[in-house]
Design a binder for this molecule. Structure first.
Ligand code: AMP
Length: 281
């Protein structure tokens, strides 16, 4: 694996590789890599000739400075894991490399998607995601971009970015990798005590409960019961437990029995904010 810290060096290297006409796959991450990230790398290796991973803890997407300060950094282990996973290139830039002119600039208008769920609970978060992905995709120019379903809304925001610029990039959304307990793997899980990690498994059980109990008509009772299940396990706060249209993320109160819907949860345990989702139908 070759490691690049400078965008210009990476771009030069990719320009040389382009002569080989190999497909490129890109896996952007914040680091603190786990099996979820490694599945994205594995998927890329199956379908492309060159897999590029980036590790960049993007300050622009952290609406809470304390969350940014506490974000786990494990670069030595990450490099080893990527080597073992067969990743070809790691891009590990500094903040200055990504934002040479600072993080300011014109305010982006993301529309409806930025007004619901993560958008409303983490103001500015998606604007930061949009900003960094705009920069990273222009540097890497991959054929296929690999993202995790775990960050369902983020996939939609990045899809919107690709569509807006008309970039010829295929989006491959990879299913969520879970612990055997059902807990969705997340870099933030490392901040949970063993006890909290055990209790956090309720999120997946609550999502499964919603999937098993979904019937045509009102979904209010479903989401209320799921929220009660989560609070009963000692979660201190719920940001949302919602059923939404799987294509638009418009909240659903009454399910018509045929449209595709997704259930999404964001909740705090041990002051750590966890998110998860499953397609219900
Ligand atoms: P992050 O480092 O958390 O920004 O994640 C980098 C990429 O890995 C994103 O596309 C995430 O959606 C994806 N990802 C994170 N956790 C998982 C997981 N448990 N399973 C699959 N993909 C994941």
């Amino acid at each position: 694996m070759i490691l690049f810290k400078k965008a210009a060096d990476l771009a030069d290297h990719l320009a040389i590789l382009a002569q080989k006409q190999l497909k490129t796959g890109f896996v952007p991450t914040l680091g603190a890599l786990h099996e979820g990230h490694l599945l994205l790398i594995a998927q890329s290796r199956k379908r492309t000739g060159i897999t590029i991973c980036s590790i960049f803890v993007n300050p622009a997407q952290f609406n809470d400075p304390a969350d940014f300060a506490k974000y786990p950094v494990t670069i030595e282990q990450d490099i080893l894991k990527l080597e073992q996973a067969g990743c070809d290139i790691l891009f590990f830039p500094s903040v200055n490399e990504i934002y040479p002119d600072g993080m300011g600039g014109p305010e982006l208008e993301l529309g409806f998607i930025d007004t619901v769920l993560e958008g409303s609970k983490r103001p500015g978060h998606f604007k930061g995601v949009y900003k960094v992905m705009h920069r990273l995709l222009r540097i890497v120019e991959p054929d296929i971009l690999y993202l995790g379903q775990k960050d369902y809304q983020q996939c939609m925001v990045i899809g919107q970015l690709i569509e807006k610029y008309g970039w010829p990039i295929e989006l491959d959304i990879v299913p969520t990798v879970r612990e055997t307990s059902g807990l969705a793997m997340s870099s933030r899980n490392t901040r949970l005590s063993a006890d909290a990690k055990e209790r956090a498994t309720i999120i997946y059980r609550a999502l499964q409960f919603m999937k098993d109990s979904l019937v045509k008509g009102s979904v209010g009772e479903l989401t209320e019961t799921a929220a009660r299940m989560i609070l009963a396990e000692g979660f201190e706060k719920i940001d949302y437990v919602t059923v939404a249209d799987a294509k638009t993320l418009e909240p659903i109160d009454i399910w018509d029995g045929k449209s595709s819907v997704v259930a999404l949860v964001a909740a705090f345990i041990d002051s750590v904010r966890l998110i998860d989702n499953i397609i219900l139908f």
